[in-house]
Structure formats: C-alpha cells, structure tokens
Design a protein around this ligand. Sequence first.
Ligand code: ADP
Ligand code: MG
Ligand code: ZN
Length: 479
Amino acid sequence: MKFQPVIGLEVHVQLKTDTKIFCGCSTSFGSEPNSQTCPVCLGLPGALPVLNKKVVEFAVKAGLATNCSITHRSIFARKNYFYPDLPKGYQISQFEDPICQRGWLDIEVNGETKRIAITRIHMEEDAGKLVHGDIPELEDGSGVDLNRACTPLLEVVSEPDLRSSDEAVSYLKQLHRIVTWLDICDGNMEEGSFRCDANVSVMKVGSEQLGTRAEIKNVNSFKFVKQAIEYEIQRQIDLIEDGGTVVQETRLFDPTSGTTRSMRSKEEAHDYRYFPDPDLVPLVIDADWVLRARHELPELPEHKMQRFITEFSIPEYDAEVLTSSRSLAEYYEECVACHHNGKAVSNWIMGEVIRGLNDSGLSINDCPVTPHMLGELLKLIDNGTISGKIAKTVFDEMWKSGKRPGVIVEEQGLVQVSDNGAIEAIIDEIMAQNAGQVAEYRSGKDKLFGFFVGQVMKVSKGKANPAVVNELLLEKLKG
Ligand code: ADP
Ligand code: MG
Ligand code: ZN
C-alpha cells in the first residue's frame, strides 16, 4: 500500500518590537528574571492591556508580504487555560476574525514551484518561562520568569497543502526569509524567535479524505523539522500497516533520539473556551492604512530575485543565493552600482565574500570589505592593473587591514606587468634554463605549455599579465 503524507504548519514568529504587545515593558532577551515586568504582564487583577501599534504594523506587513487580506475589523480573544507561566489564566490571542486571512506563499521544490495556502495570521502574547533547578535563591525547585510574558507573536497557519518534509522545510525557509527581510523578526531559531508546530498525517495515495493528524510541538530548527516530520510519517505508516489507527494527539520531538513521543491525546486536549476579550476594543484598520503599508513594503525577495536575473544577467542560482537575505541582496546591488559586470560581482560575493564571512563568523552587515571596495577591486582587474589571481591577495589584505585596493596595490607593488619587453626577458631566461622541456614541447608534448606559464608566473611573482604571457609564450616556443 502506498501512502501520501500531508503536512500543515503553525509557525510562531516573535516580533522585533522594543516593548511588549500590551504594556511598555522591554522585550530584550537574557535579562535578570522578572526584571522586565509590570502589573499588566504579571497579570495582576485590574491591570488593563493597551495594544502596541507597532505589533499591528508588523502584522500588516507580514500579511501583505504573504498575499493575505487584511481584516478591517479584527478582535482579540481570551484563550483560557491554567499553567504556572500564565498568571492571568488566559492568553490574549485572536480566534475569530484574525488580522490576516487567506494568503499564500510560493515555494520551490526540485525545480518546481508550488503554491501553499496560508489560512490565517493572528497576533498573540507569549507566555512566561518556567526555570527548573539552577536558581541560587531556590536551592532546588522551579521558578517562574515572566520577562517573556506578553512578548508579541504572530502565528502563521498554513493549509494542509504540504506533501513532504522537503516541502515543509522549503515553506519554512521561505517564511523565515520574508519575516527577517521585513525586519519584523530577528529570525533567531535557537532563542525561539521562529519556531513551528508541525501537523502530520498520512492517507492512502488517491484518497480524498485526509488522515488523522498528530501535532508535533515547538520544533526550532530546519533540520529538526525535517527529522521530526520524516519520523512521524514513518511511525504512522508502520502503525497503519500493522493494523493500528493513528490517534489525534500532540507529540514532542526529541532531537537526541530523532523520535517523537506522545504528550497528550485529543481527549485530554484543552477546551480553551475562547471569548472576545472585554478589555480590548475591536481593532479597526482602515483601507488607507493598508494602502500606505503596501506602498512602504520593501521590494520582496522573490521579486528582487527575478529582477537580478533580468537586469544583471546572472543565473537563477546566483540570484537565489544573493537574495537569501536582504542585507546580502543590498550589498550586491551597491557593488553593481560601482562595477557594472553583474556576473563578476556575483562570483566574488558568492566566492570570497561569503567564504570570508563564514570563516570569520561575521554577518554581511559587518563585512570589512565594503561594496565600494569590492567594486574598486573589480575595476582594477578590468582595466588590467592587476590580475585576477593577485586580486585575491588584495582582497585578503583589504579584509585584514580595511585599506582600499588601490592603496594596497601601490604599497605592495602588485601592479600587473603587461609590458612585452619585460615578459619576453623572463620567457627567454626560462627557456634557456629549461632547454630539455623546450625540445620536448617542440616535438609535440603540448601539455608542457602549462609548465612554462607556471614558471613565468613564479618568476614574476604572479604579476605578469596572463594574456600577454600566453601570447608571447606560444610565439616563442614555436621557435
Ligand atoms: P488546531 O487549532 O487544533 O491546531 P487547526 O484546524 O487550526 O487546528 O489546524 C492546525 C493545523 O493543522 C493547520 O496548519 C492545518 O493545515 C493542519 N491540518 C489540519 N488537518 C490536517 C491533516 N489531516 N493533516 C495534516 N495537517 C492538518
Ligand atoms: Mg494547533
Ligand atoms: Zn509589562
């Protein structure tokens, strides 16, 4: 029997606002426990929430960038449950009428484009955090840190349109790129700023009816999402083939074993008793606001990528790498503004720049070689001042010293030798020293040509113009 996996994702995106969603407390990460709290986020009775406008702006941006409709009048609801990290006894979220609805994202898998529908995006507050052991004041036991309580989140819910772990990862990467591109989320998955619940089911191939799903909670890396989904698909297939049935339940992924295990079944699941929060008025977003927001949206990655391909004549692969983040794309654009050969610039960024960043652990924003410096370097190659090989040395030196390429070339005497006389002299000397090889070459051993080129380059310390060297060598070796 053949099975078709079906996956729907719920992604939590922590918004990069300075303050929390319903109070003025700071959202910064890693502070002293409970130092960023007030009566509102501590859930003290009588404290009233006030909606952070920035959160709405960010939600609208996310909605527009994912092709959603923005709801004119959306409401906040209370999601009731008890947990020690939730002092109010409910989480403020959106249930009916969320801020964004019916969008989509195009993903790329195995060279094919597929459209994944987004059901909704809603705003909500995060809960606090339980800390176990490791607390000096408590000796042993657990504590509650409410710094994270009331931190703004977006929850992005997809339709069950994904059909493999690869599609799920591609969708997640696409969404991750968009929210970081919009600068509404720092994208830090280790700190939980971007995490996902994966709903997984399997059905018989050709069936119209979706299978029963299990929901894997809070997976926080692309690799783990892939592992968790693949494990879960196989677990469900094995279960069905053994005559069992999949039950609807919440499961946890254990990265050490690569497996999922049951956390609670549907029967034990909460009935959250959602109802509209009476402390918050409905949020009305007028059409002008949405229009303005749409106007202010930056050029999105997909669009930029297509434009790079046509405007700068670079292959799709290059354009994809260069638009993997907005900063990198902007770096490329600034370079191309100084030096118009789009492909040459792309080669240098994809080669030397990215390698340098990886080796040093720096981000493109802190790249010691500015777009302008790289542009100048490429000009020096183009106008014959230095060879491509020497340019690599100059690049390394720019990276270390921050000096401009022209200065480095001057200081270190790296100007390329294109003068025929000087190169001819070197060639004559080498031919005299290697009479044996010259004879072999002349008797048909063409391969030796490379040897001569190498010798000339060595003697000239890499400074001889390769094109001139080739031309003169060919001529002289002919005899
Ligand atoms: P809940 O609020 O209980 O999590 P939802 O109806 O909001 O339930 O669905 C949550 C997610 O589950 C959505 O992303 C949806 O696409 C996905 N989903 C629903 N049915 C299935 C299914 N049969 N298989 C896989 N995913 C599913
Ligand atoms: Mg769910
Ligand atoms: Zn607060």
